[in-house]
Design a protein around this ligand. Structure first.
Ligand code: IVH
Length: 664
């Protein structure tokens, strides 16, 4: 095989597997096998640059960061749809279609109305050429480089030469959305309000490498040649799109009348929560293209299609009271107690109000009628006040902790008021649960009901008491057999071997989570060094600013916490951190900076892997940095990398580098 045919052969294979994985959700090879093929292709393309091609599967994340987006005119306006908000309006639409078609038989194609953002993607000679957001319908933004990273958009479509265009919806599925938000919370970044905003934000970031890490999917629903539909029926065009390798939503049907259409709408409304992505209704389109043309368009929307909108998962209710919940760090979270109301099948009686600032923003008081919203399986949130109650009363943050009567303090510049009594039972329970959690000390079996009993019976007054628990003490508790008790004490014993970053995280120092704990352990090498470090010294650690340093200092200055530390030391927990001995490996001599949330590896895993391969991981970007590995929501480090022209890679590329170098 010549090198050229080898390159083409590999591209062909990779395209096929991309399609199987991202479009059909039916992979035939493992990720590692896929990466291996990609690595092979990349190596060949590097050796023979004359074979380079922008539609090669290696070119998904080639684009450079941009200053902004260029505005471009759509090939044909991207109109919106008229809405039918209930059955009556859908009937009216159907009557109008019937009238305008003068009694000729017709059919509808019913599709789900995906709740994302619409995107036009243009192909030139079968190759992915340009992607444009809807914008105002006439002019959109060119987001080509970002869209190129969406793996369900094929870069090359063999069967179709010349110029044509597809239109469809970019969505983020609910799982990917939750994962992205959890990662953002861990990094102290604001959550995205819903998957649609997350998808829109992800497509409009200026750095394609970031879009590449976001779990975006593209479902197509229109195929246009010279701005017009190109098949005799809409159904046919959907089938063609699917055959061309695009993702077309499988939940569609031909409905030969209003009744069948209504049935489709009802079925999917009931199954809405079971779908892996959000929908906000059903779109019905007259199937025949000739009939579509006969029906035509208004200035705003086609007369041959309608969006049957599902009611938002919102409901009206009354705030009966506002209570507070005490979290692990003592933070008091105001919670609205609501007159129970059903929101799309789920009974809701509470909604979080986050903090005092949020209450102020909403202007909500006890007695008010409010609008709440549930999206996916997320805790309901308060959207706005609909009507002020007659005897409304403002919420007041309690002066004393509702659980332990301890002092409440709100530090300047902080959103949360906190109970500062570290022995507060509410805090204690949360602290113990956090300490025992899987990513922390991983004490399997120490769940909520056990912790409640341990704290309520006074067996655990501090996290350190966990290490004094015996089989006998546990057996005496409710629902606890000998076997379970033994299993738990065994797990407690095993947790003593957890490394220092986990112990540090387990202490529950405000602002010191998984990531900061690793940095602190890496920088200082032992708990005692950290506990003794002054503010300035603490801030020498990467990503530790005055706020975090102050929090650490304050924690270790508190006699009660020092006592806790001593007791944990006596129990035999790991207080030192072995600096990893660097040895020659495939990444020898390379310095990496990690930023953002990687799709697969935790930061620690990535760091360990790089170091095990001989590379160095540093905290800040400089001219000496070889690569910046960027994940979701990378921040200032990414900007710096761009400014210093340090190459930015994603996690997959890092893995390829490890494999490639190992394979040499
Ligand atoms: S067809 C002229 N089909 O809904 C036809 N739109 O409210 C235009 N949408 O802008 C669109 N799922 O972003 C169509 N299966 C689907 C859709 C869909 C979601 C969005 C699309 C459009 C908006 C109109």
């Amino acid at each position: 095989m010549t090198h050229r045919t080898k390159v083409e052969d590999l591209r062909e294979k990779l395209r096929r597997h991309e399609h199987l994985y991202y479009v059909l959700d039916r992979p035939e090879i493992t990720d590692a096998e896929y990466d291996e093929l990609l690595r092979e292709l990349r190596a060949l393309e590097e050796t023979y640059p004359e074979f380079a091609s922008p539609d090669s599967p290696t070119q998904r994340v080639g684009g450079k960061p941009r200053e902004g987006f260029v505005k471009v005119l759509h090939s044909a306006p991207m109109l919106s749809l008229d809405n039918a908000l209930n059955e009556e309006e859908l009937r009216a639409f159907d009557r109008r279609v019937q009238d305008l078609l003068g009694g000729a038989p017709y059919q509808y194609v019913a599709e789900l109305k995906l709740d994302g953002l619409s995107l036009a993607v243009q192909f030139h000679d079968g190759a992915f050429a340009r992607a444009i957001t809807r914008g105002d319908g006439m002019v959109g933004e060119d987001v080509t480089e970002n869209a190129r990273t969406i793996r369900s958009i094929p870069l090359l479509v063999k069967s179709r030469p010349s110029d044509w265009e597809v239109r469809g919806e970019v969505v983020m599925n609910s799982k990917g959305f939750e994962k992205l938000n959890t990662g953002r919370e861990d990094q102290g970044l604001p959550r995205f309000a819903n998957p649609r905003n997350a998808a829109a934000g992800s497509l409009r970031v200026l750095e394609p490498a970031i879009t590449a890490t976001r779990p975006l999917e593209y479902f197509t629903y229109l195929f246009l040649v010279n701005g017009a539909a190109a098949f005799e029926s809409h159904w046919e065009s959907l089938e063609a799109l699917s055959a061309m390798g695009f993702k077309v939503n499988p939940n569609r049907a031909v409905c030969s009348g209003l009744d069948a259409l209504l049935e489709f709408c009802r079925t999917w409304e009931a199954s809405r929560d079971a779908l892996p992505y959000e929908i906000d209704g059903v779109v019905a389109k007259v199937d025949s293209l000739a009939q579509q043309q006969a029906l035509g368009w208004t200035a705003k929307a086609p007369r041959w299609a309608i969006a049957f909108k599902y009611p938002a998962r919102q409901a009206e209710t009354v705030v009966e009271a506002i209570g507070v919940q005490v979290g692990r760090t003592g933070a008091l979270t105001p919670v609205a107690h609501l007159k129970p109301v059903t929101v799309s099948g789920v009974k809701v009686s509470r909604a979080t109000l986050h903090n005092e600032d949020e209450i102020e923003r909403l202007g909500v008081q006890i007695g008010d009628t409010i609008l709440i919203e549930r999206s996916g399986d997320v805790i309901p949130k308060v959207v706005k006040v609909l009507k002020q109650g007659e005897d409304r009363r403002p919420f007041e943050m309690p002066k004393r902790c509702p659980v332990c009567q301890g002092d409440i303090v709100r530090e300047p510049g902080e959103a949360a008021s906190r109970c500062i009594n570290t022995n507060c039972p509410a805090r204690l329970k949360e602290s113990v649960l956090h300490f025992a959690a899987r990513p922390v000390m991983n004490i399997d079996g120490m769940g909520e009901s056990l912790v409640d009993q341990l704290v309520d019976r006074g067996l655990v007054k501090s996290v350190a008491d966990i290490y004094g628990l015996t089989d006998e003490a546990l057996i005496a508790l409710e629902r606890m057999g000998k076997k379970s008790a033994e299993r738990i004490t065994k797990n407690i014993e095993a947790s003593k071997r957890q490394p220092l970053p986990r112990v540090l995280n387990g202490l529950g120092i405000p602002f010191v989570g998984e990531r900061t704990a690793v940095i602190l352990a890496d920088t200082f090498g032992s708990l005692d060094e950290i506990a003794a470090a002054v503010m300035e010294k603490l801030q020498q650690a990467e990503e530790v600013g005055p706020k975090v340093a102050h929090s650490i200092r304050r924690f270790f200055d508190e006699p009660r916490n020092r006592e806790l530390v001593e007791r944990l030391r006596e129990a035999g927990l790991t207080f030192t951190h072995r600096k990893k001995v660097r040895h020659a490996g495939p990444l020898e001599g390379l310095a990496f900076v990690l930023t953002g949330t990687l799709p697969v590896w935790s930061r620690e895993e990535a760091k360990e892997t790089i170091e095990a391969a001989g590379g160095k991981v540093t905290g800040s970007v400089s001219k000496k940095t070889s690569y910046v590995v960027a994940g979701a929501d990378a921040g200032s480090k990414l900007d710096k990398a761009v400014a210093l022209e340090v190459p930015v890679i994603d996690e997959a590329t890092l893995r390829e580098m490890l494999n490639a170098k190992l394979g040499e």
